[in-house]
Design a protein around this ligand. Structure first.
Ligand code: URP
Ligand code: ZN
Ligand code: ZN
Length: 470
């Protein structure tokens, strides 16, 4: 009789704490032992020359999200979690969006129905609060936090989602009372609308107008305001998808003052620029996301934030819309003006290769920091550590084998989501996942999908230890 189900031998185990030559023994879906000469197993996986790391956790993705009349998001739970697994992830956290006039429970039921039996890896929902009425604030949110939905996202822009400052204060206040963590999309909506109308009046309706309608002060001001509102309530916040130095410095200043303010940045702010849209004409719609990518100096600032700890998580903000599709980027009105192009770009599969190649490969971050930004901090901040986010005795055997030397030219053809383009077409990266395992079962091996789409589960989460103001 074998002692273990699986032994991963000969690899270099990388966690947020250390990098060490060790074997990993797995039994009943959890890590049973780490070390050398661990014993026998039913299956042995050779990890010679590979990094053995905790499965990636992407705490900011959009899947199967209603996106307005005539527009359909490219990825549902099946294609989205499939691509995530190919990209070395074992858990993604999509948003469950409340529709104004409807309750959050109704929205959750709809999202659970869409996800059921369709997830190759685990998922866990954040709640987007679009209508913080008395029932939502007083009844639904406290009950949902108790049920394990322990993070909310609020928007300061987008017509259907934005909250007024008073409403933000109400949500933050409930977060403080319930111990939930609030993620904030920080952009000044009035300024965006003012600038959009001005650009349109001047005839500037192509996608290049998108970045001009959302310049850095739009993001910096809203970041400052979100932090101030959180300070008034005395509650931590996570500022998501930060794109530039000025917004980052608002976060760093708050942190220096002892406030619990966290920050997230994403691949698009490291390797894309607003100028990439120049000359693309209407095809620039492929790069329309918010906040928009900026310039080379902003890219360096975002690296600085990843290196010095101002940012604690690195997420994809995967939000895919097809380009050549009657329900995609240009329809029904995307050709008329950039304001109608659905915001968001795909990136669920390319997040980790880009971070590894540009970060570890170019000497900007250590391997331990890579693991922290790719996985561990997401688990810690969103209430799943140490079950997820590390390789330690008792943790779920969510493990990725990573080939640090594999060179890949990113292109649509090598990816597995349902979008019809990648904004990273042609980007050469070194470092790619070769095996993804969820709770001791292999999902992707050597470029082949071998997992089952019913094995991924929805995870209820603990309250974040980072959500407490103490
Ligand atoms: O453009 C983006 N980021 N779309 C996704 C929605 C959001 O704000 O996260
Ligand atoms: Zn957002
Ligand atoms: Zn997003």
């Amino acid at each position: 009789m074998s002692e273990f189900d699986i032994l991963i031998v000969g690899g270099t185990v990388a966690t947020h704490e250390c990098v060490m030559r060790q074997d990993v023994a797995i039994k009943d879906g959890v890590v049973a032992a780490l070390g050398e000469n661990l014993g026998t197993a039913k299956e042995t996986i050779d990890a010679n020359g590979l990094i053995v790391m905790p499965g990636g956790i992407d705490s900011h993705v959009h899947l199967a999200q209603p996106s307005g009349p005539g527009i359909t998001m490219a990825d549902d739970f099946e294609s989205g979690t499939r691509a995530a697994a190919f990209g070395g992830n074992t858990l993604v956290m999509p948003f469950c969006i409340q529709e104004r006039g409807k309750g959050l429970r109704i929205a959750l039921n709809e999202y659970h129905a869409k996800a059921k039996g369709k997830c190759y890896i685990d998922v866990s929902f954040h709640l987007v609060i679009a209508d913080p009425n008395e029932q939502v604030l007083g009844q639904e949110l406290p009950a949902l936090v108790a049920d394990g939905y322990t993070s909310f996202k609020i928007f300061m822009t987008y017509e259907a989602l934005k909250l007024a400052d008073r409403e933000i204060l109400e949500v933050l206040s409930v977060a403080r009372e319930t111990g939930a963590l609030v993620m904030v999309h920080a952009e000044n909506d009035d300024a965006i609308r003012f600038l959009t109308e001005k650009l349109e009046r001047a005839g500037h309706t192509l996608p290049t107008g998108h970045a001009l309608s959302r310049p850095i002060p739009v993001e910096r001001e809203a970041t400052h305001r979100a932090i101030s509102l959180a300070e008034i309530i005395d509650v931590p916040v996570m500022i998501v998808h930060v794109s530039n130095r000025e917004a980052m410095e608002e976060i760093a200043r708050a942190q220096a003052r002892g406030l619990k303010v966290m920050g997230e940045t994403c691949p698009q702010y490291l390797v894309l620029k607003a100028s990439d849209l120049n000359g693309l004409d209407i095809e620039g719609a492929k790069l329309v996301c918010s906040p928009p990518p900026r310039d080379a100096a902003s890219q360096e600032s975002c690296w600085e934030g990843l290196m010095n700890g101002t940012f604690s998580v690195f997420s994809s903000d995967h939000c895919p819309f097809r380009y050549n599709d009657e329900q995609g980027k240009l329809f029904p009105r995307g050709r008329e003006s950039f304001r109608y192009v659905p915001n968001g770009i795909p990136g669920i599969e390319t997040r980790l290769p880009i971070l590894f190649s540009e970060g570890v490969g170019k000497g900007r971050i250590s391997l331990e920091r890579f693991v922290e930004l790719a996985s561990t901090n997401h688990a810690k901040i969103y209430g799943l550590f140490p079950r997820k986010g590390t390789i330690a005795e008792g943790s779920d055997a969510d493990i990725v084998l990573w080939d640090p030397n594999r060179q890949v030219r990113i292109s649509r053809e090598v990816l597995h989501d349902a979008c019809d383009y990648t904004p990273y077409e042609g980007l050469e990266v070194t470092g790619w996942p070769t095996l993804t395992m969820l709770r001791g079962r292999v999902v992707v091996r050597d470029g082949k999908l071998v997992g089952e789409k019913s094995f991924g589960e929805h995870l209820a989460r603990e309250r974040s230890p980072f959500a407490s103001s103490q």
